[in-house]
Design a protein around this ligand. Structure first.
Ligand SMILES: [Fe+2]
Length: 275
C-alpha cells in the first residue's frame, strides 16, 4: 500500500494570501507532483487545517479540486477548520453518530482510522469520552490499524507547541487506549505542528509531516510564541508493507541543484582533481 500524507494546506478565499504565500498555488503544486510521481498511490490523506479561516469559499475550492483528483483523497479537519461549515460543503462526508468527522475504511487488511480531534475556538486538540468510545470500537474490531489525526496525542517537547497539542485532560484516555491496542496500531500519523517530528508513543511509532505552507522552527526555550518561516514544504510517501512502514519526505518544490551519484564501487574512485 502506498499512502501520500500531506497536511496543513490552509486554503483561503481565492486571491487571499496566507503567511506570505498563495496556499491554492502551493496545494496545486503538491498535487501536480503527487500525480506526476505517485499516481499509483492508494490514498492521499490530508491531516487537517484544510482551510485557514474555515470559510465556505475555501472549502468549495477544495471540493472542486478534489473532483479532478484521480488518487482518492481522505480529509481530516484541524484547528483552523470549522466543522459545521466543512460538513455543509462536503455534505456526503462520513461522520460518527455524534457528528464528529471521525471515519475509517479498510485497505489491504489494515483499518485506516481518520480522527477528528478539534473543538471550537481553540488551537489545542480534544478527544473526550464520546470520541474515545468510537475509536475503541474501531480498534476492537480491527486486526491492525493505522491512525491519522490532526493534533498529536502527546506533548512533543517544544513548550509553545505543547500549548496547542492534545489538551492535558484528554491525553490520559487516549494514552490508555493506545497502550491497550499497541499491538493493533501500526503507526500514528499527524500534522498540526508544521514540522517533521518522529518518535514512539505507547510503543507505537509516530511521525508528523511538514506543512504545505510555512514551517515551524523548534525553539526549546521560547515558552509561548510559535516560531516559523518559509522553509521548503514537503509531503510524505508512506510505503506500507504488511505491518511495516517506510516514510520518505519529498521536497516537491526544490529547484536547486540535483547531483546524480553512482552506486557501484568503481564510481567512488577518487578523481585526480577532487571537488
Ligand atoms: Fe496548521
Amino acid at each position: 500500500m502506498k499512502l501520500i500524507h500531506l497536511s496543513d494546506i490552509h486554503l483561503t478565499v481565492p486571491g487571499e494570501r496566507m503567511g506570505g504565500l498563495d496556499p491554492h498555488r502551493r496545494f496545486a503544486q503538491a498535487l501536480e507532483h503527487v500525480n506526476a510521481h505517485h499516481s499509483d498511490a492508494d490514498r492521499i490523506v490530508i491531516t487537517g487545517d484544510l482551510t485557514h479561516w474555515g470559510e465556505r469559499a475555501a472549502y468549495e475550492v477544495l471540493q472542486n479540486v478534489l473532483t479532478e483528483q484521480a488518487v482518492p483523497v481522505r480529509l481530516l479537519i484541524g484547528n483552523h477548520d470549522d466543522r459545521e461549515r466543512f460538513k455543509s460543503v462536503f455534505t456526503d462526508h462520513p461522520c460518527d453518530a455524534n457528528g464528529y468527522v471521525n471515519h475509517a475504511e479498510t485497505l489491504d487488511d489494515t483499518r485506516l482510522i481518520y480522527l477528528d480531534s478539534c473543538a471550537p475556538k481553540t488551537h489545542a486538540g480534544h478527544f473526550g469520552a464520546d470520541r474515545l468510545a468510537w475509536l475503541e470500537a474501531e480498534l476492537a474490531a480491527a486486526d491492525h490499524a493505522r491512525i491519522f489525526m490532526h493534533h498529536g496525542p502527546m506533548e512533543v517537547g517544544v513548550p509553545a507547541k505543547d500549548l496547542i497539542t492534545m489538551v492535558a485532560q484528554d491525553r490520559p484516555g487516549l494514552k490508555s487506549l493506545f497502550e491497550r491496542y499497541s499491538t493493533v496500531i501500526d503507526y500514528i500519523h499527524f500534522g498540526h505542528v508544521h514540522a517533521p517530528i518522529h518518535g514512539s508513543y505507547c510503543g507505537i511509532p509516530f511521525s508528523s509531516v511538514p506543512s504545505l505552507g510555512n514551517q515551524s522552527i523548534p525553539d526549546f526555550a521560547e515558552p509561548r510564541m510559535l516560531l516559523g518561516g518559509p522553509l521548503p514544504p514537503a509531503y510524505y510517501v508512506v510505503q506500507v508493507d504488511g505491518r511495516a512502514t517506510r516514510i520518505h519526505q519529498v521536497p516537491f518544490l526544490w529547484d536547486g541543484p540535483v547531483f546524480a551519484t553512482g552506486t557501484a564501487w568503481e564510481d567512488w574512485a577518487k578523481p585526480l582533481a577532487a571537488e
